[in-house]
Design a protein around this ligand. Structure first.
Ligand code: MN
Length: 227
């Protein structure tokens, strides 16, 4: 079949040790750390997880300069562990969910917080507050086959050398296996899908010139600069 325009490029994330992980879809978990639920004015009782998505080309490589986005005056960081799916499936049991994980990375769910608040107030979708250009910086992925499954340890973000967010992965309300299982009841997961697993408290605004340094124990640190 002849394509009438050039096919879009496949977004990839480099893999530590070699190779590139092709990205199919990006799912993000909302409100997955109780302290962040509270700071956003919510009730951290264990409500069902919910998801939103970003386009695959939201991915930005480690070390990049990220342009401050248009149409916002409140551009926020959300440090998150990223889970890359290597084997698809639907209705995946929690006990088998980690078998579907290729590896892990450090990501930022960058957010136009003012647009998100307006969307919440008006009952509108979050797409343009969450799924805009360059809204998903992500470090190299580390294969679970090499580093194991990342289920506990520190997650933090510094901006210009000062700690903004710091927490522990084990504080996630929904664990990675639970999240995969739950999401796979809604969509058939496929190799190449990526899940941003939610952010701890401390989300705040950044401006041009800020240097962001994100960390999850056991993974490669993510560093980007806002320009
Ligand atoms: Mn998030």
């Amino acid at each position: 079949m002849a394509l009438v325009i050039p096919a879009p490029a496949t977004t990839t994330i480099p893999v530590a040790g070699g190779g590139e992980f092709p990205v199919r879809r990006i799912f993000c978990v909302g409100r997955n750390y109780a302290d962040h639920v509270r700071e956003m004015g919510g009730d951290p009782d264990r409500e069902e997880p919910f998801f939103f998505t970003k386009p695959t080309d939201a991915i930005v490589p480690n070390g990049a300069e990220v342009h401050y986005p248009t149409k916002t005056k409140n551009y926020h960081h959300e440090i998150e562990m990223v889970v890359a799916i290597g084997k698809g499936g639907k209705n995946i049991p929690v006990a088998q969910a980690l078998e579907h994980v290729f590896g892990y990375g450090v990501g930022l769910d960058m957010t136009r917080r003012d647009l998100q608040q307006e969307a919440k107030n008006m009952g509108r979708p979050w797409d343009l507050s969450k799924g805009f250009d360059n809204s998903g910086p992500c470090s190299e992925l580390h294969p679970a086959a090499k580093v194991g499954h990342i289920e506990k340890g520190a997650i933090w973000l510094e901006v210009n050398g000062k700690v903004r967010q710091t927490s522990q992965l084990e504080k996630m309300i929904w664990s990675v296996p639970e999240t995969i299982s739950y999401l796979s009841d809604y969509v058939e997961l496929a190799a190449g899908d990526v899940i941003f697993s939610g952010t701890p408290d401390g989300v705040a605004a950044v401006v041009a010139g800020d240097k962001l340094h994100g960390h999850v124990d056991g993974l490669t640190d993510l560093k980007i600069t806002i320009v």
